[in-house]
Design a binder for this molecule. Sequence first.
Ligand SMILES: [Zn+2]
Length: 69
Amino acid sequence: MVKHCIYCKCEIDQNSVVDVCARCGYAVWGEKMFQAIIENMEGARKTGSLDQGSISTASFKVADKLKYG
Ligand SMILES: [Zn+2]
């Protein structure tokens, strides 16, 4: 199954932990924060704390936490 970026609808790696492409991720969060989000999400996936359906929602929560926390 191919995943699409939620912003620009381009195809992204189906193994990507977030539903945005790197280009949009950088534009929205900035390169450093986007990388932090990816690392955080990959860590969460490794521990099995995320299921497929909650990934994009969780990534925004992570972004908020990084921004305001
Ligand atoms: Zn995109």
